[in-house]
Design a protein around this ligand. Structure first.
Ligand SMILES: [Mg+2]
Length: 165
């Protein structure tokens, strides 16, 4: 079974709300945290790395899905040593996450990887992209982090239930 997770970065994968506004270079200050030139810190959210590992073990694909300056977000991911936790990177300065998701779905389809919308999970701390997403991808699963879904273990349980894993 093919399935995929699209993960927002700001406020979802890490605690910082806008990595595009930070000032590189970053310095690693712990296993889960980096600091920019002005001393601003960015920390990976609890449980998210285990969650991504669980997805890989259960045959899922993973992609970022982030509205940011790509070079900023990628340099933070690299400094944290987690760039390779994602099979794909979809990071764009344009606020059209529906297009980011559709673009990767199209690329996968060209490679013969067909993923039904009901096997697509999109996790975000904000729901502002949902009107666009619902227009093109009405049946994907949106998990509203910290609002409807309280943490990554609950996100894992929802996916388990939905896919009957
Ligand atoms: Mg966010």
């Amino acid at each position: 079974m093919n399935w995929i997770l699209f993960l927002d970065l700001d406020g979802t994968f890490w605690d910082h709300l806008d990595v595009s506004e930070t000032t590189p270079p970053f310095e690693r200050i712990s296993q889960y945290a980096i600091r920019d030139r002005n001393g601003e810190t960015l920390t990976i959210q609890p449980g998210v790395l285990d969650f991504l590992n669980w997805i890989k073990k259960n045959g899922g694909l993973t992609s970022t899905c982030s509205w940011n300056k790509p070079e900023m977000a990628l340099s933070a991911l690299r400094k944290l040593g987690v760039e390779n936790m994602f099979d794909y990177q979809r990071i764009s300065p344009e606020p059209r996450k529906d297009l980011l998701i559709q673009d990767l779905m199209d690329k996968l389809e060209e490679k013969g990887v067909m993923i039904p919308q009901k096997n697509v999970f999109y996790l975000d701390d904000r729901d502002l992209h949902m009107p666009d997403i619902r227009r093109t991808l009405p049946d994907i699963n949106f998990l509203h982090m910290w609002k409807v879904v309280s943490d990554y273990s609950e996100a894992r349980d929802i996916i388990k239930r939905t896919l009957k894993l």
